[in-house]
Design a protein around this ligand. Sequence first.
Ligand SMILES: *[C@@H]1O[C@H](CO)[C@@H](O)[C@H](O)[C@H]1NC(C)=O
Ligand SMILES: *[C@@H]1O[C@H](CO)[C@@H](O)[C@H](O)[C@H]1NC(C)=O
Ligand SMILES: *[C@@H]1O[C@H](CO)[C@@H](O)[C@H](O)[C@H]1NC(C)=O
Length: 435
Amino acid sequence: MHHHQQQPLPPPFTANATAPTTTPKDHTKTTLYIILATSFFSLIFILSLPSTTTSSSQSLIKARRDPALFPNHPITPTEIPSGPTPPSIAYFITGSAGDSARILRLLFASYHPRNHYLLHLDLSAPQKERDRLAITVQSVPIFKAAQNVDVIGKADYAYKRGSSTISSTLHGASILLRLASNWDWFIPLNAGDYPLVTQDDLLHIFSYLPKDLNFVNHTSYIGWKESKRLKPIIVDTGLYLLEKHEIYYASQKRELPNAFRLFAGSPFTMLTRNFIEFCILGTDNLPRTLLMYFANMPFSFMNYFPTVLCNSDQFKTTVVNHNLQYVAFNESSTKKHPPMESAEFEAMVQSGAAFATQFQYDDPVLDRIDREILNRSPGKAVPGGWCLGEPDNGTCSVWGDSDILRPGPGAKRLEKHIVESLKDNKIRSQQCLEE
Ligand SMILES: *[C@@H]1O[C@H](CO)[C@@H](O)[C@H](O)[C@H]1NC(C)=O
Ligand SMILES: *[C@@H]1O[C@H](CO)[C@@H](O)[C@H](O)[C@H]1NC(C)=O
Ligand SMILES: *[C@@H]1O[C@H](CO)[C@@H](O)[C@H](O)[C@H]1NC(C)=O
């Protein structure tokens, strides 16, 4: 692994040194007002959820009622409420040969100093590309100063069609557990993913969620299509051959298991730290037994986490059957997809999803997302509450407090969507159902 320097390094520029027009104090005040204005109503909605929940889902919402957040409470400048401390997210961003540019773009588009980022170019990519990626990351002043972006130097194969992706993702998650003790959710991203909300939006909404919710698409419905995916036996050469190779299919198929219930899902998940620790450090053997079972299933990465979650008494009540991802283009089309039409762009944005997939290198849609949603310039991070610089000129090269979020319209969309998925009858009626 390429680590950045370990000695604590102050941000490259401080507000005092360079903020030209406003003092840092003034700035903090205005920022807080902005946060206040945008949070009132949205938060009340989320905070009011627990009254309708039943005992089994009481763990869902631990309301942190700050009286100052309620509009009937007069707010004077001397008692500016500070919302709950924003969470931190650990991102594992993976790609294959030739994906460095997409990985970097995704990193900038989803960057926030509170989070942690681990980049993985799988073994199909030459070591030179991996080294170059690490050097590029180290040359970006904000990444270097925040010390929250790392690149895996000793890569794994991660064949989507096989099971090596599970192993590689668990590898990433375990490194992230070691690198930082303070993250709350783990999100594996692929080079083809892209955010539809800013990190300020995401962290803002997630700061009002209980930290034990896992967002994972899952179904136990085994149709003919699923059984074509679940019964074949494969051998993933990525687990034991140094050269890039095929996945072998055995001529026989195996029965569906009856020692546990299979759940099929999709590759995108948002998993809690608790659950990741259960998978990697836990003494319950379920995650390991399933790991060995899934070693011989095609595309098993989609099914591993949903199956572990739904077969664990400890975790099955924590699953939300929606992964907050919008699938704009599916993976089956390897050739260039047609440009996205305006109507679909609108639908994608209004879906309230946090991420979308599967975009190609420099897809024009990404420029549109940067421009209209993220307010991001090429090669720059998405401006947020932590950026104190002058607009249009290296906004984020002058830093403020990373606890200060400036959520925008994306937070509203995401909130609406999450509130919808968390409605008590909905969350219970779709959770780990045995169909
Ligand atoms: C995940 O589940 C949601 C809600 O059921 C659905 O809208 C979405 O298409 C699913 N995503 C995938 C990749 O299956
Ligand atoms: C992928 O998209 C194409 C065209 O939109 C569609 O015909 C096909 O069924 C999709 N495949 C999957 C696996 O969803
Ligand atoms: C942009 O920043 C540079 C150096 O940080 C400074 O020299 C320049 O005057 C700034 N331009 C504007 C328009 O603020």
